[in-house]
Write a protein that binds this ligand. Structure first.
Ligand SMILES: [Zn+2]
Ligand SMILES: [Zn+2]
Length: 288
């Protein structure tokens, strides 16, 4: 088993990086513990990446000729304390930064035409987030109410005056008032671009994912703690919560979006729907 994620250059030919996982699948579970907010899959994603047998789907179906990245390339493998990574779509500049003791990913989306911005999860380390954004943040969407996803929200709200957004079912868990409630199906603006909000229940009652369909044909899913490489988010052994989350992720994300859709999770490495799709039945059978 090997792992693979495409790295995009400024040409039309994606470069495929192949690395060996540090852990085998059967040893990954021993890394997992219950009761912590960080998802099991976030830990798994640090231990290994999707299998190489599925990777052949990425190049042809993925972003060939449809996405450009800045020099240095984007592979989504940011690390806590390390530099941010940025990629460009036709409409958006997407920057990923990993912060805090749980390795939370913050994403800054900037409309390339208007400069309007959306920060997804003001998780921790407000100074580093503000540095990444250049100080301008129009809106901050908190994907869900777990503290590791909004630890820097008060500081960044104060520094920028950004509007805060969250789902009503999680808003009271967040220690900063929510200015604008977002439900599934709502549109979240980034300048003149609109992302679609998806409501997912299971990891928390009011988890949100955001879908961006770019005019260049690429699709982007900001999944919070609902979907990671190798599984859905932690549901702490609750079979009803697990079923709800997997049903939601299946019907609202996998059933609606193409294999090339790029997934940006709340912790750890990125993935694509094409890499994860073959494992959906395995996830359901194992119950986590
Ligand atoms: Zn969480
Ligand atoms: Zn988390």
């Amino acid at each position: 088993m090997c792992s693979i994620l495409p790295v995009f250059t400024d040409t039309e030919n994606p470069v495929i990086h192949t690395t060996k996982p540090k852990e085998k699948q059967d040893t990954k579970r021993s890394l997992l513990t219950e009761g912590n907010d960080i998802s099991r899959r976030a830990r798994v994603s640090n231990a290994g990446k999707p299998g190489c047998e599925e990777a052949g789907k990425l190049g042809p179906n993925g972003y060939r000729g449809r996405m450009n990245a800045q020099p240095g390339s984007y592979d989504g493998n940011t690390v806590a304390g390390g530099p941010a990574q940025t990629r460009l779509t036709k409409q958006l500049e997407i920057t990923k930064l990993t912060v805090g003791p749980l390795g939370n990913n913050c994403y800054l989306l900037r409309c390339r035409r208007t400069g309007g911005t959306l920060l997804i999860d003001a998780a921790a380390e407000p100074d580093r987030i503000l540095e990444m954004t250049g100080g301008r943040i129009d809106r901050i969407l908190t994907t869900h109410g777990h503290h590791d996803h909004w630890g820097a929200l008060a500081a960044i709200k104060q520094a920028t005056g950004a509007e805060t957004l969250a789902h009503p079912a999680d808003a009271e868990m967040i220690g900063v008032p929510t200015d604008r409630l977002v439900d599934g199906g709502d549109r979240v603006p980034v300048g003149e671009v609109e992302l679609e909000a998806v409501h997912l229940v299971g990891h928390s009652p009011g988890s949100l994912a955001l879908i961006h369909r770019d005019v260049d044909g690429s699709t982007h899913v900001f999944s919070g703690d609902a979907l990671f490489p190798d599984g859905v988010g932690n549901t702490w052994g609750d079979p009803n919560a697990f079923r709800s989350l997997l049903d939601g992720v299946t019907s609202q994300i996998f059933d609606r979006l193409p294999d090339g859709a790029w997934v940006y999770p709340g912790h750890g490495a990125d993935t694509t729907l094409g890499v994860e799709r073959p494992a959906l039945s395995t996830w359901r059978a194992r119950g986590w």
